[in-house]
Structures are given as C-alpha cells and as structure tokens.
Design a protein around this ligand. Structure first.
Ligand code: ADP
Ligand code: MG
Length: 728
C-alpha cells in the first residue's frame, strides 16, 4: 500500500538534518581503514606472499596456491579485526549492478565447536548459484554453473560485517558473464599497445595504465514522497508530472549553498567512502533542483570503476539513514536536467607521465600529439561502438535532449588545438621532409604547452571533449557501469595504437627517420579523422544536418544503437584484441536488448496501473464534485445557472476529455504490448517497444499531467514535481 500525498507532505515537516560524528577531523586518520591495501598487506603478509601479490598486481602473473593461502589467512585475520563475520565474492553481472553471496567464516569442527575458516581456495574461486543472472544465452540452464575468480588488482574491503573480494564472473565454459573481465582484458590490450608506441619516445616506459575519473550525478527525494510515487519506486523515474512553475530557469541551484539536511547526508557518505578508500573530493549542487554531483580523484580504471560501483551502493544506503531516497536514473523528472556520469579518461605510464598531457619540449610534445591524434582517430573509426556502449533506456531520455550531448559522436578539442592540427595537416608535405619543414614543424609542436595554458575553452555540448590533460566522455548515463564505456574506449584505443605502430614501422622500414615517420603518420590520421572534430554547438539543429553531411551516425534510441554490436567488423575488433569473443559480444547485445524491453515493459505496466487505479479515481471524484456543484447551482439559480456555471462546465469538459484520452491511450498501450510481446526476436521486439510502446506511454503521461493540473489540489493523491524537487 503506497503512502498518500498528504501524509507524505505531513511527514516532511518533521525532518531534521542528521549529523554523524566523524572518527576524526583528519581524513588521513581513517582513509582506507576498511581496505586490505598494500599498507595492510605489508604488515599482515610474509614477504614472499607480499611480493607475489605485488607482482600479480603489476604484471598480471598467476598467484601460487601457497601465496593465496597466506593471503587468505591474513585477509581473514584482518577482516575479523575490523568486525567482519562473513565474506563474499563481489562481482558485476550483466544486470549492470553488483552482486554478492555472503558466506560465514565459520566451519564446524568434529568435536562440536566451530572455527573461523577461510583459505586460498575460497579466496581464489567460488561457485555462486548463478543461474538467474543474465547470460544472453551463453549459459544454458543445464550447465548453469558460473564461477567467480579473485581479481587481485582491486583490493578486498570490509563493508559492514562482510569481507568483500572483487572478482570476475565466468561461465563453466570460460566465457565472460560480467563487466569486469572484458574491462581487464581491454586494459591489458591498451597497456601493451600504448607501451609499445611509448618505446619510440622513452625506453623506460614499460607499463601504461588507463586512468578514470568519473563524476556521478544524482537526485535526492524525501523518502515519504518517494514512497507515495509508485513510478519512482518501481522504475526509478517519475513517469509523468506537470512541470513546476519554477524549474531550473533561474539557475539558482547550481553551485548554490548546499541545504543542511543534504550536507549532513553528504558528509556522512563521504566519511564512509573515505573509509573504503574511495578518494571522493568534490561535491556540489547540479543544475536541476535537488540534483547533486560528486567526484573523486582519478585512479587506475579498474579500481576507479570498482569504486564507482561501491559508491553507488553506498549512496543508496546512506541516503536511507537520512530519510532520503537517491535517484540514480538518467531522467527522473521530465522538464529538468537529467543525470550523467562523465568519464574522464587518460593514459598514465609507470614513469609518472600522463600521455595526454602536453610536455615542455618538442620530444615530449610529439609524444603528446601522438596519443592525442590517435585518440581522435580511434573515435572516428569506432564512433558507432562508442555510441552503442552508452545506450540504455534511461540515457535515451537524455541524449540529444538539449541538456546532455547529442546522440551523434564527435570530439571537441578547443579552437587552439584545432588550428594547430589544421596547420600540421597543411605543413607536412609528401615525400622527404626538408630541414625547413622540420624547423617549421618543431615550431608548431613547440607551441602546444603555450596554447594549452590559456585554453579555457569549454564546450558542454560535446560528447567527447579534450579538457587539457584528458578526454571527457560526457555521454555516459548516471546508472551505467563505467566498465562498459571503459572497455570500449580502451579497446578502440589499443586497436588504433596497434595500427599506428604498424604504419610507422612500415615507413621506417622504407627509409624514413623515426620522427618523420611519426609526423607523416600523424598527418594522415589528422586528415582521415577530421570529420569527428566538431567545435560548434552540439545541441543545434544545424549540427544534425552537418553531421549527416559528414557521414556521422545519429542513432536516435537504444535499439538502433545496439544493432552495432552485431556488425562483423565490431566482432573482429573485440576478438582481435582478445577482449570479447564474437559469442560473448553477441550475448551482451542480447542481454542489452532484453534489458531494454523489460524496462520499457515495466514502465508501461506502471503507467497503465497509475492511470487506471490512481489518476482515474481522482479525476472521477473531481468530476463528481463539479457535477454536484453544477446541479446544485441549477436548483438554486434556475435559468440563470447556465451563465454562472460556465467555468465549472468548462472544467468538467476538460477533465472528461483528458480522462477519456488517457484511458484510450492506456487501452491501446495494453493491446499493443500484448501483440509486441509475441515477437520472438528480442532485437525486433526492442525496436517495436521504442517505436510503438514509448509514444503511447508518452500520450498516457501527457494526459495524467494534464489531469494533475486540473484536479483539485486537495484530493490529488500523488506528490507533484514541485514538491519532490523543492522540498528537503
Ligand atoms: P571539471 O571541470 O570537469 O570538473 P576537473 O579538472 O575538476 O574538471 O576534473 C574532473 C575529473 O577529471 C576529476 O574526477 C579528476 O579526477 C579527473 N581527472 C583529472 N586528471 C585525470 C586523468 N589524467 N585521467 C583521468 N581522469 C582525470
Ligand atoms: Mg566534468
């Protein structure tokens, strides 16, 4: 039974900020205290085991059974000292969230007592009952077994009373059933490719890590209002609602003072995040009312992603303590901005160099230019794959909605770098470079740091923007598992760098000097990938036309974007770098199509139920009030009543019309769904959902919102946007 709007609003009056004591004002005193990090390992592990783990982390070498046993025993001892009673393999199934199955450390002994037991085999591998996780057909039920395997590159942590061990999740046949395994493979591919290109510039570079700094946006809603909106609790978004009189037009929320109740919540989750070693640093209000953002210091991509997943769970948990509910959905409220998760991405070397940061001499600048231009070339070649990897039901409401990047992939690099690339393109001539050419080029390249120091260009309308020392993929949705876009970005970069290396080596073999070969190849890439560069307004209609002229894709919704996964060249891309087999890739597409259908189906059912059992009764009650009033007026005023009741009759007409349209659309919605659900092929069914079900849902929603505006405020049962967005 859901809460009534009036009760919910009443509950709000009693809310007070809930402050919690920090263990200390010095964050350094408790940062990472719940993490089995290198520092803890140093003191808990014998030297041999410690070194084995460090080597596994750095080089990916296998861990011996002995080292695993020693680590397990140290982990157990440490975790128990931190209050843990259980352990779990923590993994990332294709649902997009995380999963865990808790087991107790307890093992019974023959004499009727029990001991705490946790050994290497339990650390390294487990077999969760995994038959209900999506596999896209990889795992038939008769071989339903799936295994979780320890990922030693991401440290274990204690959460509440549980020791959590980050793991990958694979099928009995060795196929990836999760988002972490392909990410690790993509990271290893980009490491190999980037390290090999780095050899042109610096022989000391032996390892390249992809780095990720995500920015998480979210909304907060009071728990009572949330409970009174079945659509919020069932689908994560308000399926309808009249726009509030005051929205975000005053821009008075963005970077404004954080309300005290929210601030108490933020301090609380930051403290929890810090204990878990998540380096959260910034927090501020976002554009929409009741929308906020937080961001950590960037980290190695696999760790950063685990941290983002932990943080999303943490936000949920801590919000409840403060009588809030968190909305991570990409578009919880139509009419105000939605939420994204910018993925700031770069490549860092074992020598401490950020490969996308301009250097301070011609040699380091050529290295910067190499990675910079190759990133653009990778995006150009595989823009459709990048579009596909950020496709989701929620993101469909955001992309191209003039608040988030358009669905057309392009890169923004700033006017100065654009000019530089144009100049480079023009100044490198075919054939051998003359000494004069070389001087000119050196001058060009030498300009880079100067150029960037005052490069304050910001283009918020671009899906992929260079921001001085990293690229920012802005099109990722707020609920996304960053492992998916990170797998794609690092895979396409690895492929591009491998192509580049082969092309440069071929030029060298033909007699070019190394630097000349690099420059000529960069020039070719600058030319080739020019279409992907766009500095203008990504929200404008002109861009849609211009992009079409340039041959760039514009996939308007998830089902059309997902079709890319089944292209032959995409399968080859992932297979050639050993990231995903064609079978695994196809399975992923199936899972995504199915997710799309399921989510739309739930939304359609919920809006139908709301229309029938909540909005209709409220509208009918109001009709009755009007009817009673009109007939009373007729009794009293006789003939004169006609003129005196015009507004009541007008209202009655409007309510009746909206009610009729709403229920008509709702009936068609049910009927169409029935037909579409018979379509066997999941991809085709998804397209039908997008083309037929979504417009009908929107029609129902529009009439619901219309009725919300017409019906007596006193009897309207569902919290309104103005209440959910402006009350804390
Ligand atoms: P913005 O204007 O977008 O807020 P910031 O400089 O504050 O720009 O950085 C935003 C995010 O980028 C932060 O989360 C930060 O950790 C991340 N970031 C900075 N440098 C890198 C890098 N080399 N690799 C990945 N992410 C980075
Ligand atoms: Mg940003």
């Amino acid at each position: 039974m859901s809460l009534n709007r009036q009760q919910a609003l009443h509950d709000l009056l009693d809310r007070v900020p809930k402050h919690r004591e920090r263990p200390s004002n010095k964050i350094s005193e408790y940062f990472g205290e719940n993490v089995f990090n290198l520092h803890v390992m140093r003191s808990y592990l014998p030297d041999e085991a410690y070194e084995g783990i460090v080597e596994a982390m750095e080089k990916g070498t296998p861990i011996s059974r002995k080292v695993a046993d020693q680590t397990a025993s140290a982990m157990k001892e440490w975790a128990i000292s931190r209050g843990a009673t259980h352990y779990t393999h923590w993994f990332q199934p294709l649902t997009g969230s995380t999963a865990e199955k808790h087991d107790s450390f307890i093992a019974p002994t023959a004499d009727g007592r029990a001991i705490e037991k946790f050994d290497g085999s339990l650390l390294v591998q487990q077999e969760p009952d995994a038959s209900s996780f999506p596999s896209g057909g990889i795992r038939n039920t008769f071989e339903a077994r799936g295994y979780t395997l320890w990922d030693p590159t991401s440290p274990a942590f204690v959460w509440g009373e549980t020791l959590c061990i980050p793991t990958i999740f694979i099928s009995y046949t060795g196929h990836a059933l999760d988002n972490k395994m392909p990410l690790l493979k993509a990271l290893s591919a980009v490491d190999a490719a980037a390290t090999s290109v780095c050899q042109y510039f610096d022989r000391n570079i032996t390892k390249v890590n992809a780095t990720l700094g995500w920015e998480q946006e979210y909304f907060l809603v009071d728990k009572a209002l949330y409970a009174a909106r079945p659509d919020l609790s069932m689908t994560g978004r308000a399926l309808f609602g009249a726009a509030p009189a005051k929205g975000q037009q005053l821009d008075d929320h963005y970077f404004g003072a954080i309300p005290e109740r929210v601030s108490a919540f933020m301090k609380d989750f930051e403290m929890e995040a810090h204990k878990l070693g998540i380096p959260v640093t910034t927090r501020h209000n976002e554009v929409a009312p009741n929308q906020f953002e937080l961001a950590p210091v960037f980290e190695e991509a696999n760790l950063a992603n685990d941290h983002n997943l932990m943080l999303m769970e943490l936000l949920e948990k801590v919000a409840r303590r403060h009588d809030f509910r968190i909305l991570l959905h990409e578009k919880p409220f139509a009419g105000v901005n939605g939420s994204g998760k910018h993925n700031n991405w770069s490549l860092g070397t074992n020598t401490g160099v950020n490969l996308l940061k301009p250097g301070n001499n011609p040699k380091t600048n050529l290295r910067f230019l190499t990675f910079f231009v190759n990133t653009l070339a990778a995006l150009h070649r595989h823009a459709d794959v990048v579009r596909a990897c950020i496709a989701s039901v929620g993101n469909d409401h955001r992309l191209g909605a003039n608040e988030a990047p358009p669905a057309i992939m392009s890169a923004f690099i700033g006017s100065q770098l654009s000019t530089l690339l144009d100049d480079l393109e023009a100044s490198i001539k075919a054939g051998k470079l003359t000494p004069a050419d070389k001087t000119a080029l050196k001058l060009e390249i030498g300009r880079i740091p100067e150029v960037l120091r005052d490069n304050t260009d910001r283009n918020r309308t671009s899906p992929f923007a260079f921001t001085g020392n990293k690229f920012e993929l802005r099109a990722v949705g707020s609920t996304a598992n960053c492992a998916v876009p990170m797998t794609v970005l690092n895979t396409i970069m690895a492929e591009q760098l491998n192509r580049f290396k082969a092309a440069v080596d071929a030029r060298i073999d033909k007699g070019d000097k190394k630097d000349d070969a690099i420059l000529k190849e960069l020039q070719a890439l600058i030319k080739e990938s020019k279409a992907i560069r766009f500095e203008g307004n990504g929200y404008g209609d002109e861009w849609v036309k211009e992009a079409k002229k340039r041959g760039l894709s514009n996939f308007k919704d998830t089902p059309s974007a997902l079709a890319v996964w089944d292209r032959k060249e995409v399968a080859e891309l992932f297979a050639s770098l050993n990231v995903l087999t064609p079978e695994e890739l196809h399975a992923r597409a199936e899972v995504e199509f199915e997710k799309y259908v399921m989510k739309r189906q739930i939304e359609a059912r919920v809006i139908g139920d709301i229309a029938t059992s909540i909005v209709t009764p409220a509208a009918v009650a109001y009709q009755n009030m009007l009817i009673e009033n009109i007939s009373g007026m007729n009794e009293i005023f006789g003939k004169d009543a006609a003129a005196l009741t015009t507004s009541q009759k007008e209202l009655l007409t409007q309510v009746s019309e909206a009610l009729m349209r709403m229920n008509k659309a709702s009936a068609s919605l049910r009927e169409e769904r029935g037909k579409i659900n018979k379509v066997e092929d999941m991809a085709k069914r998804a397209v039908k959902y997008a083309d037929v079900v979504v417009p009908l849902m929107e029609e129902v929603a529009e009439q619901c919102a219309r009725l919300e505006q017409l019906v007596d405020n006193e009897i309207w049962p569902l919290p309104k946007f103005s209440e959910m967005l402006f009350t804390r």
